[in-house]
Design a binder for this molecule. Structure first.
Ligand code: ADP
Ligand code: MG
Length: 439
């Protein structure tokens, strides 16, 4: 006996008592719980109250026939399989019943109850499979829903992360912009202070250079003062001789010549200083002679270059009358010279700097050379980087070469090339285009 059968209920509707009870008996023997009804009406009532697992129904019955019962049953309980039992002469009804949704049919008389049971078992098995399939589908649907919910949650979280990230990136970008602005400001300040430093050097140089002519003037003027007093006294005493008068005149003339020449020298220096200092601080264009200008820069740096000599070579001085930015040249040359002094000549007793100026139809070339300690390739590769300095501890700002590069390449549209050999020296070749008729 099938164990599952004992829990399954079969409703049998047939108006022939013998048929109905023989079906009941046999199916009960097979282990099913069986309920009988003798027409469609009673069958419907039992169907509603019992909701059996399977229905066997005859087609031709009084009150309500099998076809009508089937219509009700299929529309109200489509999941309960119905097997129709038909007499041999009603195959037309069987076809209708199958169209309406009957699961199977059995023809009367049923001689082999095993065939009946097989049909019943098949129908119940199919119901079971269908139910399993449904619940499996339901389970799958739930799973899909769960996954969809999880996915949309993850999507929301991702969206949130994305937004947070965007906000973070915006914040960082703003911070970065601020830092860059600050850096630019700091760089501008440093460039300004580099200018001020070269002005400072200029002031030191000029005051040093003024000392000599002013000292000489002072000596001559005070000695002339003594002579005038003597002259005055002799005159009032009536002791003035003709030769004393002539001597005094000679001496006064000589003194005034000396004083005039040295005061002119001092005035030229002050004039030069005024020009160079204005050039450094204002970046103005004007006519000037490059040879004289470089000379005055070198002069202004002399006090700093005690152990070094600077030689300037050029062709015809008048060829170098230019209309350009003297302040740029002042910064370029003084940065080169100060670097030779600060880096090249450290530990050296004497240093030599050569500056050679050449003009072609296209270029003005400045070749600058020192015989200092030189630099390694690693240093050479970085000299134009802003803030790169090998002597930061000694106060190097690391801006000198960067300023030079910007002035040569950016402002004057030229090029600069540096080569260096350790213990031999460093040289710079600066080429400035003469396309601009002013140069
Ligand atoms: N003539 C030179 N001889 C040797 N090293 C030099 C010379 N000129 C520049 N350098 C190197 O290039 C670096 C960068 O120069 P610069 O930008 O002027 O910065 P700073 O002089 O403040 O160190 C120097 O620190 C130095 O190492
Ligand atoms: Mg420097």
């Amino acid at each position: 006996m099938n164990l599952e059968c004992s829990t399954q209920t079969i409703l049998i509707i047939d108006d022939e008592d013998i048929v109905r009870s023989s079906f009941c008996d046999s199916l009960e023997d097979f282990g099913y719980k069986v309920v009988g009804a003798d027409n469609g009406n009673t069958g419907l009532a039992l169907l509603e109250s019992l909701q059996p697992d399977l229905i066997l129904t005859d087609l031709r019955m009084p009150k309500m026939g099998g076809i009508e019962f089937l219509k009700h049953s299929v529309s109200a309980y489509p999941h309960i399989p119905v097997i129709v039992i038909s007499g041999a002469g009603s195959m037309g009804d069987v076809v209708d019943a199958l169209h309406l949704g009957a699961f199977d049919y059995i023809t009367k008389p049923v001689t082999n109850m095993n065939l009946l049971e097989a049909s019943v078992a098949r129908a119940l098995e199919q119901v079971r499979l269908k139910r399993e399939n449904n619940s499996y589908q339901l389970h799958l649907q739930q799973l899909v829903e769960q996954r969809t919910t999880l996915l949309s949650q993850s999507n929301q979280e991702l969206e949130l992360h994305k937004n947070n990230l965007e906000i973070l990136i915006d914040e960082r970008t703003q911070e970065l912009h601020l830092t860059i602005d600050n850096l630019h400001q700091a760089q501008e300040q440093l460039i300004e202070s580099a200018k001020m430093a070269s002005l400072g050097r200029l002031v030191a140089g000029v005051s040093h250079e003024l000392n000599t002519p002013l000292g000489i003037c002072l000596t001559f003027i005070s000695s002339l003062g003594d002579k005038i007093s003597k002259f005055d006294r002799a005159f009032h005493r009536g002791e003035l001789r003709k030769q004393d008068f002539v001597k005094f005149l000679q001496s006064a003339k000589y003194s005034s010549e000396i004083v005039i020449s040295h005061l002119t020298q001092a005035s030229d220096l002050v004039h030069n200083f005024k020009m160079v200092s204005v050039d450094i601080s204002s970046d103005m264009e004007r006519n000037f002679n490059l040879v004289e200008y470089i000379n005055s820069i070198v002069e202004s740096l002399k006090p700093e270059l005690r152990n070094a000599s600077v030689v300037i070579k050029y062709g015809r001085k008048d060829d170098f009358n230019v209309y350009s930015y003297p302040g740029f040249f002042s910064q370029i040359i003084s940065n080169l010279i100060m670097n030779s002094k600060n880096h090249g000549f450290t530990g050296k007793k004497a240093g030599c700097i050569n500056i050679e100026l050449t003009l072609s139809s296209e270029n003005l070339t400045i070749e600058y050379q020192d015989n200092g300690v030189g630099m390694t390739q690693e240093v050479l590769d970085q000299i134009y980087e802003p803030f790169f300095s090998t002597s930061r501890s000694a106060g190097g700002s690391g801006l000198g070469m960067n300023i030079l590069y910007n002035l040569v390449v950016g402002n004057l549209k030229g090029s600069v090339h540096c080569s260096s050999e350790l213990e031999v020296g460093t040289s710079f070749t600066i080429k400035l285009p003469r396309l601009d008729p002013r140069l």
